[in-house]
Design a protein around this ligand. Structure first.
Ligand SMILES: [Zn+2]
Length: 415
């Protein structure tokens, strides 16, 4: 394993993780939060400094740049993407990255949360990382390696390629996107602005993982109008919308169809939000399945539960609206597996065993693939995402960087 990039990856990751760039699903604008632009302005400066061309911060908050072709052939244009936002689910302000140099295989403790331990018991992938330099947060925040490790890997590879023009590759387009964690990373203008023939997100976990299957996803809003009246005179008149909302939740299957009771290739229905009062209530659901017929069946099930509860209380008004969110990228990639095969080849050439498991979630690549830019997802090494135990090995990021460099060279030959 080449040590060449370790120091650069470590300092980049620490610099990026210290910047709070959390996204916010409750805000409709793009980007959803102004603070994401703090990351973006830094990346604009850094890209200009390393000599990237066409460096742009778009109106929707993405940073784009070009690495010109050095191959002198008609190689396809390759896109490399990472997202700059961090997950809204956990505290992301005041991140203090800590380097656990040459990890000894034991427990890792956290200065700001003495009750917290990271160990091979609660994070089994750690057991293979002895002597690696492990980066964590300090206990009260997430780290943000998801996906600042992807940013660090792509920036390090880009810096290396621009400094070494004798490395032959086709035209490369870089994109650093906001709002991935809230499912809005791919703005409708991004495919045209990126102008790549195919692309890779660096937003995956274990070394060797190359993902080209994601969930297909729908969202549902259930609205309930009850009958509101003063509780003192409510007998035989009040219809409490909150009672009906909880009835809908409790009628849906709990044992076989929630995220906490499913794994592998099984889909689920999850209630993510419940608001309201006696007069009106609203439920938000996410529906997930790897296959479209399975997804449609989950939508039909939710609809039929709403219909049943409606029938039980005709004085209420219950509506159920289901909207598509993203689709399994396999539907498009299996028609042309070139980007996946190229990634497998690159992994093998740097001595890895490629592994492709379905992602129980989506990436920017799901939407981008659907919009015509095939986009598998590549590992960076990140682990235990969206919480205080989040960690990454510098040496894993180094392998991801080697992978990135191998990919661009193989794609450059592919004319
Ligand atoms: Zn991510």
């Amino acid at each position: 394993m080449s040590e060449a990039f370790n120091k650069e990856l470590e300092t980049r990751l620490i610099r990026y993780c210290k910047i709070d760039s959390q996204s916010d699903a409750s805000v409709a604008s793009s980007p959803s939060t102004e603070i994401q632009l703090d990351m973006q302005r830094l990346l604009v400066d850094e890209l200009k400094e390393i000599g990237a061309q066409d460096v742009t911060l778009t109106a929707y908050g993405a940073v784009l740049a070009t690495l010109p072709s050095t191959a002198g052939n008609k190689a396809p244009t390759l896109g490399l993407l990472a997202h700059v936002d961090t997950a809204p689910q956990f505290n992301a302000s005041g991140v203090k990255p800590v380097v656990h140099r040459s990890y000894n295989g034991g427990d890792i403790t956290f200065a700001d949360a003495p009750e917290l331990t990271l160990s091979p018991e609660n994070s089994p992938y750690l057991s293979g990382k002895q002597n690696h330099d492990i980066i964590t947060a300090s206990g009260t925040t997430l780290l943000g390696a998801d996906d600042k490790s992807g940013v660090a890997v792509i920036m390090t590879a880009a810096r290396h390629l621009l400094a070494n023009p004798e490395i032959k590759h086709g035209k490369i387009r870089l994109a650093f996107t906001p709002d991935e964690e809230i499912g809005r990373g791919v703005h409708p203008d991004l495919p045209k602005d990126l102008a790549a023939d195919f692309a890779y997100t660096f937003d995956g976990g274990k070394v060797g993982e190359i993902e080209y299957e994601s969930f297909s996803a729908d969202g549902a809003k259930v609205t309930i109008e009850g009958v509101s009246i003063h509780p003192g005179t409510a007998k035989d008149t009040m219809v409490n919308a909150l009672h009906l909302a909880s009835k809908i939740i409790m009628t849906l299957p709990h044992v076989s169809m929630t995220p906490d009771t499913t794994s592998g290739r099984d889909g689920f229905i999850m209630v993510t939000d419940m608001t309201g009062n006696a007069a009106t209530a609203e439920l938000t659901f996410i529906l997930r399945d790897f296959e479209l017929d399975g997804l449609a069946a989950k939508g039909a099930l939710l609809q039929s539960v709403c219909d049943t509860v409606q029938l039980s209380e005709p004085r209420a008004q219950i509506g159920c609206a289901i909207k598509p969110q993203y689709r399994n990228m396999r539907y498009w990639l299996e028609k042309d597996m070139t980007p996946v095969e190229l990634a497998h080849k690159a992994a093998k050439e740097i001595g890895l065993t490629p592994v492709s498991n379905p992602i129980r979630g989506g990436t920017d690549g799901s939407r981008l693939t659907e919009l015509g830019v095939p986009c598998p997802n590549i590992f960076t090494g990140m682990q235990e995402l969206h919480g205080p135990l989040e960690w990454i090995s510098v040496q894993d990021m180094n392998i991801a960087t080697e992978m990135c460099l191998k990919l661009v060279q193989l794609a450059g030959k592919n004319s």
